[in-house]
Design a protein around this ligand. Structure first.
Ligand code: FES
Ligand code: MG
Length: 574
């Protein structure tokens, strides 16, 4: 309960905001009665349902039936469910990028959960930025909260092949750019990539965050992977409502800050590694940790990567889809295989520990073509690592599992693009001086740039090289990459170029050295020359004058701090 709130439950509980608690209760009750509730209903504990439908969010299309099932669960358990909206973030529809608005959504969730009379809350989200935004907001209020994801899409079919957004989107687009697929065929593919409600069908950011929400204990066992249109999804929703009702009446209820600890964050990073999950998850995990007063350590990620095998065979790195992961046993199965590496004493929102959740688990149901045995991994070491070096003093991220192996230890000449506009203008120019063994560098696409860290790190292979059969090149930027993409791609270079990080000092023709085994990314230019270039840098852009953009420009942090706003972080994490 926040300050000034009485311990009484119910939708019409009185607050002291008129200096007269009884008057406040009377007034609120009269308005609540206007919605047709009985007095009996209004005295029940309240389960808030944070509903996030939007005509601009295809991934949340099933919201009405999920809300209905959560309501049923909460009511069967004796609570009054009350739905309320917050903003929704649909990945494909936000300009300049959805990440810019994740913190706005987290503020909306935090303030509406705190301000309105609810005893617990069910957070329903799914698309990439919504789940981290809701967990961040819940951590800041610390009111008991259960996460329900909308669930992944089922795959589509085209010429006998399964297609899933959006790894197959990229694969076909690359073939189109290389001239292997014509305009008529790409149009047919376009209408078969995303054919049901739900989040992207591969281990992209939405799926990764759903898995991490379950493993952090915010979601029920099995809740991450059930497809959006599967009956399991509705049963999970009903059970989620039931759990939220229990939390609403339990004075010792598990709270969000009980769930996010150094030990549970280690579990989350292990699962991320075993999944070969999205690089974006590291930004979101850092932001989630920051709300709980913990700084997520990229060096710790590297330690964990050394001992965590890749077990899950899903696109974009492998060959399966989320529907297959669900059928293979989902997160309980993956946790069972990884059980010796996980902190099984970590709590979950149901009151069970992770270990309790595994106690009745039947390993005979695991499909090992999708979730490998611990001792027969896809890769013995984790696929996501942090790099450090003079190009990225505060770190950069490389998804080595998704890269062409020969590119992981390499020195290369660089071709520099100074912004997204410069990239768009020149990358396909036949006269561009670029060779297959060069590295491409993109500047000014980080969190403090006007682009606000879009998923532009998957730089296109210049058309003339793509047409000649080049499939992968080293690409380096301060941007992010979609969790559904792949390649030898160094991301999140920190500090970013727009804030004057060393990435801003790279010039055409310089040489860089990438060493995945040494966790390094270095610019092979001497310090005196770098100092000269630094003196010539233009001054930083002034912040926006008004609106949310002004708040963003003044307060956004770098990727290793999760790109959260400094004033939203727990003081201990700043
Ligand atoms: Fe929403 Fe991919 S577009 S998860
Ligand atoms: Mg995505």
């Amino acid at each position: 309960m926040s300050d000034g709130e009485e311990t009484a439950r119910g939708m019409a509980r009185g607050l002291t905001n008129y200096g007269d608690r009884d008057f406040a209760r009377y007034l609120r009750r009269s308005f609540a009665l206007s919605m047709g509730y009985s007095r009996e209903a209004l005295d029940r504990p309240v389960v808030g349902i944070n509903s996030t439908p939007s005509g601009f969010n295809n991934c949340h299309r099933t919201m009405p039936e999920l809300v209905e099932a959560v309501r049923r669960g909460a009511m069967l358990a004796g609570a009054l469910p009350v739905e309320f909206p917050t903003i929704s973030l649909g990945e494909p529809y936000l300009t300049p990028t959805s990440l810019k608005f994740r913190n706005l959504m987290s503020m909306d969730v935090e303030e509406m959960v705190r301000a309105q009379p609810m005893d617990s809350v069910v957070l329903i989200g799914g698309c990439d930025k919504t789940v981290p935004a809701q967990i961040m907001g819940a951590l800041s209020t610390d009111r008991p909260a259960v996460m329900l994801v909308t669930g992944p899409m089922m795959t589509g079919r085209y010429k006998g092949e399964r297609l899933g957004a959006c790894t197959d989107c990229r694969r076909y687009w690359a073939r189109f750019r290389a001239g292997e697929v014509d305009a008529g065929e790409i149009a047919k593919v376009e209408s078969n990539l995303a054919t049901t409600a739900g989040t992207c069908a591969v281990m992209g950011t939405a799926s990764t965050m759903a898995c991490l929400a379950e493993v952090l204990g915010f979601g029920l066992a099995g809740s991450a992977t059930a497809p959006a249109v599967h009956a399991d999804r509705l049963r999970i929703a009903e059970e989620t409502g039931h759990i939220a009702a229990r939390l609403a009446t339990d004075p010792k209820a598990v709270r969000p800050t009980d769930l996010v600890t150094e030990r549970s964050l280690d579990n989350a990073m292990r699962i991320l590694l075993a999944l070969s999950g999205s690089t974006n998850a590291l930004v979101h995990l850092a932001a989630i940790a920051g709300r709980a007063g913990i700084r997520l350590s990229l060096r710790r990620l590297n330690e964990l990567a050394e001992t965590t095998p890749v077990l899950v065979n899903l696109k974009p790195v492998g060959s399966n889809y989320m529907e297959d992961l669900h059928a293979a046993g989902g997160m309980p199965a993956l946790m069972w295989e990884l059980r010796h590496l996980l902190n099984l004493d970590c709590p979950t929102v149901t009151g069970e520990t992770l270990g309790d959740r595994l106690s009745g688990f039947d390993p005979g149901m695991i499909d090992h073509s999708v979730i490998r045995r611990f001792d027969e991994p896809i890769e013995p070491k984790g696929g996501l690592i942090a790099l450090f070096g003079n190009l990225a003093p505060d770190g950069a991220i490389l998804k080595r599992a998704a890269a062409t192996p020969e590119l992981l230890e390499k020195e290369a000449r660089v071709v520099v693009f100074s912004s997204l506009e410069d990239l768009a203008a020149r990358v396909d120019d036949p006269a561009l001086d670029v060779r297959a063994d060069d590295a491409l560098v993109l500047q000014n696409a980080g969190p403090t740039s006007p682009a606000a860290m879009p998923e532009a790190g998957y730089l296109p292979i210049p058309r003339k090289l793509a047409a000649a059969g080049v499939k992968d090149m080293i690409r380096i930027s301060d941007a992010r990459m979609s969790g559904t993409a792949f390649g030898a791609i160094v991301l999140h270079v920190s500090p970013d170029a727009a804030s004057g990080g060393p990435l801003a000092l790279v010039r055409n023709g310089d040489r860089i050295r990438l060493s995945a085994s040494g966790n390094r990314i270095d610019l092979l230019v001497d310090d005196a020359e770098l100092a000269r270039r630094r003196a010539d840098l233009p001054p930083p852009l002034p912040p926006a004058e008004r609106g949310y953009a002004a708040l963003y420009d003044r307060h956004v942090t770098q990727a290793p701090s999760g790109c959260d706003f400094d004033f939203l972080q727990h003081p201990k994490a700043r």
